[in-house]
Ligand binder design. Structure first.
Ligand SMILES: [Zn+2]
Length: 114
């Protein structure tokens, strides 16, 4: 079940998420696929968010810290999406990272273009 939020809050949430991905890439420079983290230096896009904000590497901790992850995504996301029928932003990022293998920097940029 996806949620909506006021536009300003939504945009701010996307921006904070993108920033956290970029920060996390510095802490964990190796991108992982299908795992939030691996070893001491690996993380996927969402794992990078957890690393940047010192969150537990668990999906529920990410949803709690970034409510924007629960919002539904637009047509633009849907065109990229290959697995979920009605993805929220969290699932869309998983798709971009794990299935389409975009770099985490590309995912951060994609978030801010919306
Ligand atoms: Zn996918």
């Amino acid at each position: 079940m996806t949620k909506t939020m006021p536009q300003a809050e939504y945009r701010q949430g996307l921006h904070e998420l993108a920033e956290a991905i970029r920060e996390g890439c510095k802490v964990r420079p190796r991108q992982t696929f299908r795992h939030l983290r691996s070893g001491a230096d690996g993380a996927c896009a969402l794992g990078a968010v957890a690393a940047a904000r010192k969150l537990p590497f668990r999906w529920n901790a990410l949803y709690d810290a970034f409510p924007v992850l629960e919002t539904g995504v637009t047509v633009r996301t849907a065109t990229h999406h290959c697995k979920f029928d009605n993805p929220d932003l969290f699932e869309a990022i998983v798709c971009l990272n794990d299935h389409l293998k975009l770099s985490r920097e590309e995912i951060a940029g994609w978030l801010e273009l919306k």
